[in-house]
Design a protein around this ligand. Sequence first.
Ligand SMILES: [Zn+2]
Length: 200
Amino acid sequence: ELYTKIKKQTCPSCKAKTKRVHSYRKQLIQGPNLSNTSVKIALRKRRYLCTHCHHTFYEHLQMVDRYQRCTNSLQMSARTYSAIGSFTDAARLSGMTTNRLIRLVDRHPLQTKKVLPRAIAIDEFKGDAGGERFQTIVADVENKEIIDILPDRKVDIIKEYLQSRDTCKVQIVVMDLSKSFKQAVQKALGNPFIIADRFH
Ligand SMILES: [Zn+2]
């Protein structure tokens, strides 16, 4: 069973200080796994009352976020496990259901580098979006899929984009032979096989 000491709070509504307890609510939270047994924490959440504006609010807890039913540290280890193994294994290791883990990962996607395919095509098109006349499209040539749309056609934007991706698989780049594209591609990818798009 877990609860905190009563501490002076700042009312989120009017910013006045208060220590007046309004009520308690018991909530079952899943804690870390200890010796392969999941630990349940009975959290005694305290609600404070602002004596100035009569607003009531829950205390802020570091170990568990609002609306969550497991501790932040458990979420963190579950996400780490899922980065190296299957969701099923990661869920078992962290003592939660696979569905719950998938929902968790959907909410906090891992920042992994997107891997670009073997053959990509880069082209500009007149999209008139976000105050720029031209945008850049990056496509997967062999699977005929759009990979990304970049906000403009500037060398730096294209270069930064390519550098932010995992390009170790890229061997072929299809593009027009405008200086800016070629420059960006060579700066970011070294010397891939460049195919000039025949429409240019
Ligand atoms: Zn208040």
